[in-house]
Design a protein. Structure first.
Length: 477
């Protein structure tokens, strides 16, 4: 075991420690998340350098001990930890690769609410000596701005946390920047105030959020607003030079909100909106209440798919954000549902025939021999059997969506959409597994054969047929 920093000494008695587990139990990421406590709230308070690369500040983590704790871990990689306190008292700490191991001055009893403050600074993606580390998501500085995109494990790159969806919490974010910049983040923008010659922006995320959905976006934005028919405020942060074009690209978000409330149930949060970073990203991310896009969503239209991608990220707020996969192996529960929402949005706009055409396109993609061979090479043909190295593979998205359409065809529309709304309502602000989904579909439909249907679609490599649509894995006529 190699330590990157020496622990602070704490005067006092040394106990036989009750240690919280260094991981939360995810087979893909054994050391992601931690055991022994349940985070209730994060307060992140950061001063960002003018070039957006360096952070200086602290995080306060309010948590409940779920066991007696003489020692516990936070996920944190890189940067320099200056001090740690637990309930206001200096605590010992040590760095063990991506683990920040904390020993409070006195043990914590099971059930106790406790507060941990970590002061730190540095460049995300750099260790305490300034050397590059394996940077995989998190804080990204670009010319004139910065963004945060952390799926699946990038949050630990920029703030100490319990970095797994199983431990959701509410958030307060206080971000201080040069006065030429604005900050867009999660939840509600509550205040802006001057600190010397700098400005601090405060945001509050009042509903539980997985750490990877936290975002901070810094740039000079033009803020455009709208509102859904159900009264959900929409605020969009666009680069100034693209604001008018972007407003057209994102014009149907209010309609999408209203439609998806009919599909999934009431929108789970107080606000929605999107932020367009002034950089070509090549991806989008469903960061909670403030979906993240790059300027390419506006400048290229993503090959005519911009509106569909916007619908995908919005749908995640029910399936993925509110109802999150319990393990990263279950990622298809997020991406498959959001991809199927793209089909549903097409159906809403242009009718069932247009949606069927989209399903046929998804099926042809999965049945294509080159695609099948590529997936087989990577060992990821079935959506509920990804590998860690190919977690975000096309089967998770496309075949996951097809699995839901096959389920809809077997259940019938009335039972299927009852099942979808119940799925969201049962697991709102929580997590669920693939088995939970299968069990609920059987419960709602009363059809035990759904277990075999879902097993074939989710766990077996051969692409199942959709005979109701004349679609066969061999692409026979």
């Amino acid at each position: 075991m190699v330590f990157l920093a020496v622990a602070l000494a704490v005067v006092g008695v040394v106990w036989a420690q009750d240690e919280g587990a260094p991981g939360i139990g995810d087979e893909f990421y054994p050391l992601l998340g931690n055991g022994g406590y349940d985070v209730q709230h994060y307060t992140i308070d950061l001063d960002v350098s003018d070039d957006m690369t360096t952070l200086d500040g602290f995080v306060v983590i309010e948590a409940v001990a779920t066991q007696d704790l003489g020692q516990f871990n936070l996920d944190f990689i890189g940067m320099t930890v200056e001090s740690v306190t637990v309930d206001g008292v200096e605590a010992a700490f040590e760095r063990d690769d991506a683990e920040l191991v904390i020993t409070p001055a006195a043990p914590l009893e099971s059930g106790a609410l406790f507060s941990t403050r970590v002061e730190y600074n540095g460049v995300p993606g750099r260790d305490s000596e300034g050397e590059s580390i394996n940077f995989d998501g998190g804080w990204y500085a670009y010319r004139g701005g910065a963004l945060v995109a952390s799926q699946p494990d990038g949050s630990r790159q920029w703030f100490p946390c319990n970095d797994h969806p199983l431990d959701k919490a509410t958030f307060s974010l206080k971000i201080t920047v040069a006065p030429t910049y604005q900050v867009a983040s999660n939840g509600e923008f509550t205040s802006i105030y001057a600190e010397g010659d700098r400005l601090t922006y405060e945001w509050e995320m009042r509903q539980p959020m997985a750490t990877y959905l936290t975002t901070v976006n810094i740039h000079t934005f033009d803020v455009r607003t709208d509102e859904s028919a159900s009264g959900i405020p929409i605020r969009n942060y666009f680069p100034v030079d693209l604001a008018d074009e972007a407003e057209e690209v994102f014009a149907r978000q209010a309609e999408m909100l209203d439609y998806f409330e009919g599909v999934f149930g009431p929108y789970p949060y107080d606000y929605y909106g999107s932020v367009v970073a002034n950089v070509q990203l090549g991806f989008a991310l469903e960061t909670q209440t403030m979906s993240l896009f790059g300027r390419d969503i506006v400048t290229t239209g993503w090959g005519g798919m911009a509106e569909s991608v916007i619908a995908h990220e919005l749908a995640h707020h029910w399936v993925g954000n509110s109802v999150s996969p319990a393990t990263w192996r279950d990622l298809w529960l997020s991406e498959g549902f959001a991809s199927y929402a793209q089909i549903l949005w097409e159906e809403h706009l242009n009718g069932r025939a247009a949606a069927d055409e989209m399903v046929e396109g998804f099926y042809a993609e999965m049945a294509n021999p080159m695609m099948a061979a590529n997936l087989e090479r990577r060992g990821v043909a079935a959506p509920a059997n990804p590998t860690q190295d190919a977690l975000f593979n096309s089967s998770v998205y496309t075949r996951g969506a097809l699995a839901l359409h096959a389920l809809r065809l077997q259940m019938g529309d009335e039972a299927f959409f009852t099942f979808v709304r119940k799925w969201v309502s049962l697991y709102t602000f929580s997590t669920a597994t693939t088995q939970d989904l299968i069990d609920l579909a059987v419960e709602v439909s009363g059809d035990e054969s759904i277990r075999d249907l879902m097993d074939a679609w989710l766990y077996q490599d051969p692409l199942p047929d959709i005979p109701q649509m004349g679609l066969f894995g061999t692409q026979k006529d």
